[in-house]
Design a protein around this ligand. Structure first.
Ligand SMILES: Cc1cc2nc3c(=O)[nH]c(=O)nc-3n(C[C@H](O)[C@H](O)[C@H](O)COP(=O)(O)OP(=O)(O)OC[C@H]3O[C@@H](n4cnc5c(N)ncnc54)[C@H](O)[C@@H]3O)c2cc1C
Length: 480
């Protein structure tokens, strides 16, 4: 077996691994980035980018259907599934190619191909014929779809997100298991592209929504387009000639069997740490076999091993993977000096329509931390000026503030332009602004952000801080 000694070995050339590599590289040339499968990252290949491409097609179809509302029609609508999927794949391929070009700029001697696994706390076997001895190691192995055993009865009709983006055409029908972020995004997009969709969940969750008022509102909205039972009772999944037959309890209608072309399992993701022979790394593991680590330094216990990105199963989002790669990379480079890295305000967006966004503290965290000393402001977008103008007047925003200090703590939203409003709100939380200070900022007219201002005014009124709000609307139109 060939042997190689380095200062830092990074396992996994995804987003976290590539960022970590660039940070380590500033300090040492004795670094390797090990990739077991393909370059290109989960985000570009099967994650953020292709999912948003499919959603973009669906949004266009939806917008055309809305034409009637404005008295505008482009004639008969036609969804060409082959062309939809062609664009998804070709744009996806451009994103992947661009990532690959970046990796290929890393010196060849720094890039190792092969699956890595621990054979000692400082030793990795890579593929079948190389041993890497590393002073420090960064685990950045990402995650993969996790599929419960009973769904496997769907056999060749069982698909995960990775498979969808390889489809040459759109199917007629899909049963989606898991109304989480991925299930909602892909399920709603398929439904809007004319695919018959039914969604099954367990436990009642709808995406990442924690605020019951918003969850209920979102659930009702999704249900207007396709059946969604977030706490379903599925009796049987069976591969039949026509596809996959699913027997389930359909509320008061009782047991029912429906057949679909495919079953999409969007039932969560699991860390790829299980392929690493992690027991040989001599670090403490939790009950699920994942390394215990400090989220501020990414260090596993007191060891020379760091873990970043989806692999640590903590914040499975692209910008968090990049941040964690930076922190782990800096610390592996400066080890044994290990420093706390910048962790930003929590921010997550789901690209459904309306979009879902969560910012800062969740309502449950606010309840725990403030023990009654908080208030909630709210706005509905149903009558919000700009939202009505563009025919997107659906949704709810709830904002949370601390009594006494007036500090803005967090927000949850299901509504128009949530991806943009969430940024304003996350920046405000990170700046530790009070609700009054946010209200001192300029707001143009007519914009969706005026709805945000209404929610913040409602919050300030309940916090009893700031000038007494004037009665009636101070802006030009109603419902801003
Ligand atoms: C459908 C979908 C949609 C998403 N949408 C969004 C979104 O809109 N916004 C957002 O912020 N996030 C989104 N995400 C999440 C985001 O894609 C991930 O959080 C992010 O890509 C994780 O990056 P990573 O570096 O941790 O892992 P990856 O990019 O998966 O990299 C891990 C790498 O490690 C390699 N590897 C694994 N084991 C080994 C081994 N033993 N040896 C060598 N190499 C190994 C893998 O082959 C892989 O290349 C989405 C994810 C999915 C699936």
């Amino acid at each position: 077996m060939d042997k190689r000694a380095v200062d830092v070995a990074i396992i996994g050339a995804g987003t976290a691994g590539m960022v970590a590599y660039q940070r380590v590289r500033k300090v040492t040339d004795k670094v390797v980035l090990i990739e077991g499968a393909q370059y290109g990252t989960t985000c570009a290949r099967v994650g953020c980018m292709p999912s948003k491409l499919l959603i973009a097609a669906a949004d266009n179809a939806h917008q055309m259907r809305l034409g009637d509302l404005f008295g505008v029609s482009a004639g008969g609508m036609n969804i060409d599934g082959r062309r939809v999927m062609e664009r998804v794949r070709s744009e996806r391929d451009r994103f992947v190619a661009s990532v690959i070009r970046s990796v290929e700029k890393f010196p060849e001697e720094h890039r190792l191909k092969g699956n890595a696994r621990f054979i000692g706390s400082h030793r990795l076997a890579v593929g079948g014929d190389l041993e890497v001895q590393a002073e420090r190691i960064i685990i950045a192995t990402g995650s993969r779809p996790s599929v419960p055993g009973f769904l496997k009865s769907a056999k060749d009709r069982l698909v995960v997100n990775d498979d969808i983006f390889e489809w040459q055409d759109l199917p007629d029908s899909v049963a989606v298991f898991g109304p989480g972020v991925i299930g909602l995004e892909l399920g709603q997009a398929l439904s809007r592209l004319g695919v018959r969709v039914r969604m099954f969940g367990v436990g009642g969750a709808v995406g990442p929504i924690q605020d019951d008022t918003i969850r209920e509102y979102a659930l009702q909205t999704f249900r207007e387009a396709f059946p969604l039972d977030p706490d379903s009772e599925v009796k049987k999944v069976e591969r039949v000639d026509a596809g996959v037959a699913i027997s389930f309890v359909d509320g008061s209608a009782g047991e029912k069997t429906e057949t679909f072309d495919y079953l999409l399992a969007a039932t969560g993701r699991r860390s790829n740490v299980d392929g690493l022979d992690i027991q040989n790394a001599d670090i403490e593991l939790d009950d699920g076999g994942l390394p215990l680590f400090d989220p501020h330094t990414l260090r596993c216990g007191q060891s020379h091993i760091f873990i970043a990105g989806d692999a640590n199963n903590s914040l499975p989002l692209l910008h968090e993977a990049a941040d964690e790669g930076r922190i782990a990379g800096d610390n592996a480079a400066s080890y044994p000096e290990v420093r706390v890295g910048l962790r930003r305000t929590p921010l997550a967006v789901v690209f459904t329509d309306p979009q879902i966004a969560t910012v800062g503290l969740t309502i449950k965290q606010v309840e725990e931390r403030c023990r009654g000393c908080f208030a909630v402001g709210e706005v509905s977008f149903e009558d919000q000026g700009r939202s009505r103008v563009i025919g997107k007047n659906r949704g709810l925003l709830r904002v949370y503030g601390e009594q006494g200090s007036g500090i803005f703590l967090g927000a949850e939203m299901f509504g128009p332009a949530a991806e943009h409003m969430a940024h304003l709100l996350a920046w405000s939380v990170q700046q530790r602004l009070t609700v009054s200070e946010i209200l001192e900022m300029p707001f143009y007219h007519p914009v969706i952000e005026e709805g945000l201002r209404t929610a913040l005014k409602d919050l300030n009124r309940k916090l009893n801080i700031g000038p007494v709000p004037e009665e009636g609307c101070t802006d030009c139109g109603p419902g801003v």
